[in-house]
Design a protein around this ligand. Structure first.
Ligand code: HEM
Ligand code: HEM
Length: 187
């Protein structure tokens, strides 16, 4: 169980198993889109869907366990800011794989997990190198959501990391140590 003195192994593993790959996926997404490196799209989709599975487990775990108990008494405004940021992180991590699948599925590009097809492509019979959207509305909706949820997520991660650094170097409390798996019980 998560407690003031230490976090459960499941909380620790799920936090870092989502946090580090998520930062990598944001970087890969921006890199391949801005430089139009279409060869990376299949890799991005496959990794994103697998990561989506871990994200779902993590959200279920967090909702069932409730939020982490604070290690000290902080100002109400800071507690609220941390809580809003955690909600933003949880919701937008979920929205990224979901919106990616809506966009790729509805646009007719399809997606697979390392060759295992989940939604097929819809090639244009008259232009075999192009695809026809199954549904223009959902394709555009997924694309917009994927882009903006990505920007919101980046902002939330920056705020989150600044918060962790503030706890570590200004408050000098045990928040970061606890998330790194150390027992914070005062000896
Ligand atoms: C390398 C950067 C990161 C550091 C140093 C870090 C650090 C922390 C710390 C210290 C906590 C505990 C806060 C508390 O005790 O109240 C925490 C919780 C949390 N972090 Fe991070 N984090 C990082 C990256 C991320 C990323 C990239 C995400 C999401 C994409 C994320 C999502 C969360 C969430 C949702 C919580 C709330 C508790 C939980 O659900 O486990 N973190 N993080
Ligand atoms: C799981 C975490 C994911 C993250 C963090 C992520 C992040 C990103 C980011 C930041 C971009 C650049 C957005 C832009 O500038 O327009 C992007 C593009 C893209 N992502 Fe993801 N993505 C994820 C999952 C997925 C999944 C599961 C799929 C599809 C199955 C997907 C399909 C795409 C596609 C097709 C693009 C290119 C869009 C374009 O060319 O306009 N992504 N992703």
């Amino acid at each position: 169980m998560d407690s003031v003195n230490g976090l459960s192994r499941i909380t620790l593993v799920l936090h870092w198993l989502v946090a580090i790959p998520m930062i990598g996926m944001l970087a890969l997404g921006l890199y391949m889109t801005n430089l139009e490196l279409f060869d990376y799209y299949d890799l991005h989709k496959s990794l994103g869907i697998l990561l989506g599975g871990v994200i779902v487990l993590r959200v279920i775990w967090r909702l069932r366990q409730g939020w982490l108990p604070p290690v000290a008494n902080y100002a109400k405004s800071e507690m609220l800011l941390a809580r809003y940021t955690h909600w933003t992180l949880i919701i937008s991590t979920l929205l990224m794989p979901v919106s990616g699948m809506i966009m790729s599925g509805a646009s007719g590009h399809g997606f697979d997990v390392f060759g295992l097809e989940l939604v097929r492509e819809n090639p244009d019979p008259t232009h075999p190198d192009k695809v026809i959207a199954f549904n223009e509305f959902w394709s555009g909706f997924g694309e917009t959501l994927h882009e903006y949820a990505g920007y919101i997520l980046i902002l939330a991660i920056v705020l989150h990391i600044l918060g962790a650094l503030k706890h570590q170097f200004i408050y000098k409390d045990a928040i970061l140590r606890r998330m790194l798996g150390q027992n914070t019980k005062l000896k």
